[in-house]
Design a protein around this ligand. Structure first.
Ligand SMILES: Nc1ncnc2c1ncn2[C@@H]1O[C@H](COP(=O)(O)OP(=O)(O)OP(=O)(O)O)[C@@H](O)[C@H]1O
Ligand SMILES: [Mg+2]
Length: 270
């Protein structure tokens, strides 16, 4: 049975697309047939982060509207054998994403893939609702700041009341917390929420903590999901997260600020 996982947040710009690309790539690297779908109709960011933007001919809406078959719109990832991308349309209006249309595409994909990863747009509008409606599991992506945590709490309420699982009184959507852009130095200065605070407010199981890292932007500028960069702490934290998702025990890393060296301490550097 294919599992549908939505990467959601409420607040915009917290790292959903970065996470969708890294998480889907990680699952594929672990040998699972994975497809990642861009639900952000009008913006189309996922194909850039995945480095396949020049290969987009047909998109999700074309498939829903019957203008292309699913296999014509799926783009095989350049780096990972088991991974495909279903891009969003840049131009069409968001209402083209009908519930029936999305359901038909998901059930077709479920025949061929182990995991279906849905990259949600920001907010709680139609596109975000469609991205989470059919989910079996949700990765709620949050930055360690109050507005982001508040919006994640709101999304948890929606997952628990307006998803297909909630409507049909099925087992609830399984929720995971992903804290992204964690910067222990800023946390220690009180400029960001502490991990414990975020965990306490949202009260859902912690799947991963991704550190703030310039590698994320560097990788996405190259069209390479950051999980491919094995020397990057963000890449390593994403791989830990994937392994945890698959049931392995992995301690959380990169939660402490690096200790200053002897020379830095002697000369008062930070
Ligand atoms: N761990 C990180 N360290 C540094 N920069 C990051 C990190 N995660 C994401 N970013 C940067 O934050 C920006 C927003 O990321 P991304 O596009 O993944 O967010 P999003 O939640 O998908 O946004 P939207 O709500 O607009 O869809 C990008 O410039 C990305 O490179
Ligand atoms: Mg996005």
């Amino acid at each position: 049975m294919a599992k549908i996982i939505v990467i959601t947040s409420g607040k915009g710009g917290v790292g959903k697309t970065t996470t969708s690309a890294a998480f889907a790539t990680g699952l594929a690297m672990k040998g699972f047939k994975t497809v990642v779908i861009d639900f952000d109709v009008g913006l189309r960011n996922l194909d850039l982060v995945m480095g396949c933007e020049r290969r987009v001919v047909y998109d999700f809406i074309n498939v829903i509207n019957g203008e292309a078959r699913l296999h014509q719109a799926l783009i095989k990832d350049k780096h990972s054998e088991n991974l495909c991308v279903l891009p969003a349309s840049q131009t069409r209006d968001k209402d083209a994403l009908t519930k029936e249309g999305v359901e038909a595409v998901l059930s077709d994909l479920a025949k061929d893939f182990d995991y279906i990863v849905c990259d949600s747009p920001a907010g709680i509008e139609h596109g975000a609702m469609m991205a989470l409606y059919f989910a079996d599991e949700a990765i709620v992506t949050t930055n360690p700041e109050i507005s982001s945590v508040r919006d994640s709490d709101r999304i948890l309420g929606i997952l628990q009341s307006r998803s297909r699982r909630a409507e049909n009184n099925l087992e609830p959507v399984k929720e995971h917390l992903l804290v992204n852009r964690y910067d222990p130095v800023r946390v220690s200065k009180g400029e960001m929420l502490d991990l414990e605070d975020v965990k306490e407010i949202l009260a859902i199981p912690l799947l991963g903590v991704i550190p703030e890292s310039p590698d994320v932007l560097k990788a996405s500028n190259k069209g390479l999901p950051v999980i491919h960069l094995q020397e990057s702490i963000a890449g390593q934290a994403y791989m830990d997260m994937v392994e945890r998702f698959l049931g392995e025990e992995r301690p959380h890393r990169f939660l402490e600020a690096p200790k200053p060296s002897l020379i830095q301490r002697m000369f008062g550097g930070k």
